[in-house]
Design a protein. Structure first.
Length: 377
C-alpha cells in the first residue's frame, strides 16, 4: 500500500468511527427496542411502495408510482433497494426500512460534524455528540422519509455555506442536494430555501449575489424534482396523468376543522366567522392548544432546545459578535421551527422535530465551546 493510500485511509478513519458509533446507537433502538410498527401506518406503507417503485422501474410499468403518491419517491426507492438487498439475508421489510433510516440518520451526524468543524474540531465533535445522543434524534431516527430527506438537506446547507461571488459550483451542488432532499419529502424545499434566503439577508450580501444564488439553487432543485419524480412526467411516457394522481393523493391533507389534518392556523378563520359564542371559544381553545403543544413536545423530548434557549439568553447581547456560522444555523432553526409550528400537522407527529436537531446541535456545540473557554479564564 502506497503512502498516499495510507494517508487517505487514516483521514477516513475518524469519519468511520463517528458514523459507526451513531449508527450502532440507532440500530440498537430501531431493531431491538422500538415496537413494530412504531410509526403507524408509515412502516407498513413505505416498504410496499418502495418495492412497487423498484419493480415499476425494472419493468418500465410505471403504474406502481400511484402508491403513496402524496409523497415523492426517492426515499421509498431506497427502501425498496434495501429490502431487495437485505431480504435474502433474513431481514423483514420493516427491519430493512429501519436499517435505511438508521444509516441516513447516522450519516447526518457525520455531516453535522463537518459543518461544526468549520469553526474548529472541538465544535465539530460537540455538534456530532449532541446530535448523536439527543433523544429525539435517536427515537425518531426511524422516521424514514424525514431522516433521509434531512441528510440531503444538511448536505445542501453545507454546500450553501461555501457560496461566494467567485464560483457558482457551491450553488449547483447545493441545488442538487436540495433536489434530492425534496425528492424524499416536499417540505425540504420551502424550509431550506427560506433558510438560505434568511442567511443571505443576515449576512448582507449584494442583491445580485442574493438573487443569483437563490435562483440557481431553486432552479437546479426544481429541475431535479421534476426529472426524478415520474408523476411529473408527460402522460405519454407514464401512460396516465401522474399529476392528477398526485393531486388526488394529496387531497388527504385537506386542512380545516372538517379536514383530516388540522394546523394551528386553521382554527382562526372559523373562530372569527362563528357567531356561536361557545363554538368560537372551542375554536380558540384548539388554536391555543396548537400554539403550545409543538414547542412543549420538543422541550419535553430533547435536551438540545434547552441548551439553545439558554445560550440565546446568555449570549443575546453579543449575538452580533458571533461567527456567521452561528447566525446561519440559527436561521435554519428559526425557519424550520416556524414552518412546523404554524403550517404542519405537528401536534400529532412530533417526529418533525428531527428537522431542528442539526442546527440546534451545531449552535449548542458553539455555545458550549465558548462557555468552556469562559470557565477556563
Amino acid at each position: 500500500m502506497s503512502l498516499k493510500e495510507k494517508r487517505s485511509l487514516s483521514s477516513c478513519f475518524p469519519f468511520l468511527l463517528l458514523f459507526s458509533a451513531s449508527f450502532l446507537m440507532r440500530c440498537c433502538w430501531g431493531l431491538y427496542f422500538a415496537p413494530f410498527p412504531y410509526l403507524t401506518p408509515d412502516e407498513l406503507i413505505y416498504p410496499l411502495a418502495g418495492k412497487a417503485y423498484v419493480h415499476s422501474l425494472a419493468s418500465w410499468d410505471l403504474t406502481g408510482f400511484v402508491i403513496n403518491a402524496e409523497h415523492p419517491p426517492l426515499s421509498k426507492l431506497f427502501t425498496g433497494l434495501f429490502i431487495y438487498l437485505l431480504g435474502p439475508l433474513g431481514f423483514s421489510d420493516i427491519v430493512a426500512l429501519r436499517v435505511q433510516s438508521c444509516l441516513f440518520s447516522a450519516l447526518t451526524c457525520v455531516v453535522a460534524y463537518q459543518v461544526g468543524s468549520k469553526a474548529g474540531r472541538t465544535m465539530g465533535l460537540l455538534s456530532w455528540a449532541l446530535l448523536s445522543f439527543d433523544p429525539i434524534s435517536i427515537v425518531f431516527s426511524i422516521a424514514s422519509l424525514d431522516v433521509t430527506s434531512l441528510f440531503f438537506a444538511l448536505l445542501a446547507f453545507k454546500w450553501f455555506l461555501e457560496v461566494d461571488q467567485k464560483s457558482v459550483k457551491p450553488c449547483l451542488l447545493s441545488g442538487v442536494c436540495l433536489g434530492a432532499a425534496t425528492l424524499c419529502k416536499y417540505t425540504a424545499w420551502p424550509i431550506m430555501l427560506g433558510t438560505f434566503a434568511l442567511i443571505m439577508f443576515l449576512t448582507r450580501v449584494s442583491r445580485r449575489v442574493f438573487l443569483v444564488s437563490l435562483s440557481v439553487v431553486a432552479a437546479v432543485s426544481l429541475v431535479l424534482v421534476i426529472l426524478g419524480n415520474p408523476l411529473f412526467w408527460p402522460p405519454q411516457v407514464l401512460g396516465y396523468s401522474g399529476y392528477q394522481v398526485f393531486l388526488e393523493a394529496s387531497s388527504v391533507y385537506k386542512v380545516g376543522p372538517e379536514g383530516s389534518v388540522v394546523t394551528m392556523l386553521d382554527w382562526i378563520e372559523p373562530a372569527i366567522q362563528s357567531r356561536n359564542e361557545p363554538l368560537r371559544l372551542f375554536y380558540l381553545s384548539m388554536f391555543s392548544d396548537g400554539l403550545i403543544t409543538y414547542p412543549l413536545s420538543i422541550f419535553s423530548l430533547s435536551f438540545l432546545p434547552w441548551i439553545l434557549l439558554g445560550s440565546l439568553i446568555t449570549l443575546a447581547e453579543r449575538l452580533t459578535d458571533h461567527s456567521e456560522l452561528v447566525l446561519k444555523n440559527l436561521s435554519w432553526f428559526l425557519i424550520g421551527f416556524l414552518f412546523f409550528w404554524l403550517l404542519a400537522k405537528s401536534r400529532g407527529e412530533p417526529y418533525y422535530a428531527v428537522w431542528l436537531e442539526p442546527s440546534a446541535a451545531i449552535f449548542s456545540g458553539y455555545s458550549l465551546t465558548h462557555f468552556w473557554g469562559w470557565l477556563k479564564r
